[in-house]
Design a protein around this ligand. Structure first.
Ligand SMILES: Nc1ncnc2c1ncn2[C@@H]1O[C@H](COP(=O)(O)OP(=O)(O)OP(=O)(O)O)[C@@H](O)[C@H]1O
Length: 319
């Protein structure tokens, strides 16, 4: 972790309304938040602590060999019950971060502490299962987590059975409760994914993730495929669920208007590194890093004129 981005105030990422912000300096890439008074994993502490995370992908052979540092010394914390948004252009490393967090990918270096427990880089089966209870992921495309031949009810009860000792009538009752929580009717338990709209499918995917009763939801572009009115409904639903269940969200999105709606804090990623972090209002209203300004100025809004510089070096853009 780089000292130039460690806040002397103990960092900001993990605290809602922490009120401070850091821009990573030359060579800086990480953010750091302090443990709250409750300590890691405790109420008021950080439920996610990531430090020095690195991931390199190597593709091709010989002269076609290519290496990409998808994550380069990434550090951040997320406070219990808060929502941290992760933004950045395509290829900046957001999904790799999410996939490592939920165990779909192994990091090359660095540490992940989840609910106070360090996560092994190559965990055993029991550890993977324990992690899945703590942290669940919702993807952009619900078809990724829903089998087209399985009803919504069966998809949800599969996760229930994996993590909780419930069977028969109790499982059916829990499925109905979960469907209601995501704004669907109990009868939807009998629907196949193909019989549901995109928004309804994403609600089922959310109910399925909630069935584990996790502490953390990682949402990777979870509303990006929905049309705007459905998107607003699902975002409202996610906010209600977070409040009611005291969940923690890591919310990956490229859409800055979504960031404003859902998160208290935001980190901005570029080429595998964190370049800026802070409260959502500070970062979006008064961005300090040229790349954040570029992202903001590239977002469509009334009177917007496209900036054709995404992909150019941010320093160039600044100049
Ligand atoms: N399995 C893989 N093999 C090779 N390269 C990969 C792999 N996964 C990701 N990468 C590369 O790592 C970099 C980061 O990818 P990642 O998917 O994390 O970015 P992202 O910010 O989530 O992008 P997007 O918003 O388009 O999903 C990219 O350059 C990508 O091509």
């Amino acid at each position: 972790m780089n000292d130039d981005v460690k806040g002397t105030d103990g960092g900001v990422i993990g605290r809602a309304g922490g009120g401070s912000r850091r821009t990573a300096g030359a060579g800086g890439s990480g953010g750091s938040g302090a443990k709250g008074p409750g300590g890691a994993g405790g109420s008021g502490g950080n439920v996610i602590e990531i430090s020095g995370l690195c991931k390199r992908f190597v593709t091709g052979r010989g002269s076609g060999r290519r290496t990409v540092d998808a994550l380069d010394d990434v550090s951040l914390t997320v406070a219990d019950g808060s929502c941290l948004a992760v933004v950045g252009e395509s290829g900046s490393g957001k999904s790799t971060l999410a996939r490592i967090l939920v165990g779909l990918e192994a990091a090359d270096a660095g540490e992940v502490v989840l609910a106070g427990r360090p996560v092994a880089r190559r965990p055993r089966r029991a550890e993977r299962r324990a992690r899945a209870r703590d942290i669940q992921m919702v993807f952009q495309d619900p078809n990724g987590s829903l089998n087209r031949r399985r009803t919504a009810g069966s998809a949800i009860s599969e996760v229930l059975a994996a993590h909780h000792r419930v069977t028969g009538a109790e499982a059916r009752r829990r499925v109905e409760e979960l469907l209601e929580q995501v704004g669907l009717r109990p009868a939807h338990a009998r629907s196949l994914p193909g019989e549901l709209s995109g928004g309804q499918r994403q609600r089922v995917a959310i109910a399925r993730a909630l069935a584990a009763e996790p502490r953390v939801l990682v949402l990777d572009e979870a509303v990006a495929a929905l049309d705007v009115s459905v998107q607003a409904q699902v975002l409202n639903l996610l906010s209600e669920i977070r409040r009611d269940r005291r969940l923690t969200y890591l919310f990956i999105t490229h859409d800055l208007s979504v960031v404003r709606q859902v998160s208290e804090e935001v980190v901005v990623m570029r080429q595998g590194r964190i370049v800026e972090r802070g409260s959502t209002t500070q970062v979006l209203d008064d961005p300090q890093h040229p790349y954040t300004r570029l992202l903001r100025d590239s977002a469509p809004r009334p009177g917007w004129r496209p900036v054709r510089a995404i992909g150019r070096d941010a320093a160039e853009v600044e100049a």
